[in-house]
Design a protein around this ligand. Structure first.
Ligand SMILES: [Zn+2]
Ligand SMILES: [Zn+2]
Length: 235
């Protein structure tokens, strides 16, 4: 499975997965024109995708959802879809999209209907876990051996502890985004026996530390760890 990061932060999120037969967009959280530009750079157009999965309704994940839905189906919870037409998906219910099966799971975030995704390719027989904007998930995902993990690693606990500036923001991050500690704890709860890569996504601009996060996760699991770039790519 190929994973391509277009954008990853609280300013915008968009990812591409491709198993050689089916392409999916994960998140539509960058302005539509920018999305089309990014696809152009890759010699792609929206109709090259079979669908777009959206984790939740916050703008940085869904702002282009309406425009995208003119070309390909949007898969999201009924809360995320709202009045918009699309395919409503729900916790623990399998959905087939081309050569993928997708099992959504509920995540703890300050947005009703927030989902993470277990995405399996029937072509490559690989499993991907995608979880962003989540304080944690209360569900065990242990039964799935993951080949790839894309998980939010928003802030370093100590950087937030020492942060005096904005109490409201601090409280919000604590209650709705994933710390490095929780990220490691969540990864420990997964079956990573055959995991090839862990991508840390949706890093906070001011309360993260790429090098420290990458080192901490790599040390714990001995698996290659990449940090998703705010404007795409990874390090
Ligand atoms: Zn977000
Ligand atoms: Zn959010």
């Amino acid at each position: 499975m190929k994973i391509d990061i277009i954008a990853s932060s609280s300013s915008g999120n968009c990812y591409i997965i491709d198993d050689g037969v089916t392409r999916l967009l994960l998140e539509g959280g960058i302005p539509y024109r920018q999305l089309i530009r990014e696809l152009n750079k890759r010699s792609l157009k929206l109709t090259d995708f079979l669908g777009c999965l959206i984790s939740h309704g916050h703008n940085d994940h869904s702002c282009a959802m309406k425009d995208i839905s003119r070309f390909i189906p949007i898969y999201a919870s009924k809360e995320t879809l709202g009045e918009m037409k699309g395919v409503a998906i729900s916790h623990a219910t399998k959905t087939a999209i081309g050569t993928y099966t997708v099992i959504p799971f509920e995540t703890e975030h300050d947005c009703p209907g927030s989902l993470g995704f277990i995405i399996s390719s029937t072509i490559t027989k690989e499993n991907l876990m995608f979880m962003t904007d989540a304080k944690y998930t209360k569900y065990s995902l242990k039964q799935f051996p993951f080949d790839y993990v894309m998980i939010e690693c928003n802030y370093v606990d100590e950087l937030l502890d020492n942060d005096e500036i904005n109490y409201a923001l601090k409280k919000r991050l604590l209650n709705s985004h994933m710390s490095l500690t929780t990220c490691i704890k969540t990864l420990k709860s997964l079956n990573l026996n055959r995991c090839k890569v862990i991508y840390l996504i949706h890093l906070s601009d001011h309360r993260s530390d790429e090098a420290l996060m990458k080192k901490a996760v790599a040390r714990e699991f001995g698996i290659p760890v990449y940090v998703a770039g705010k404007h795409g790519g990874y390090k």
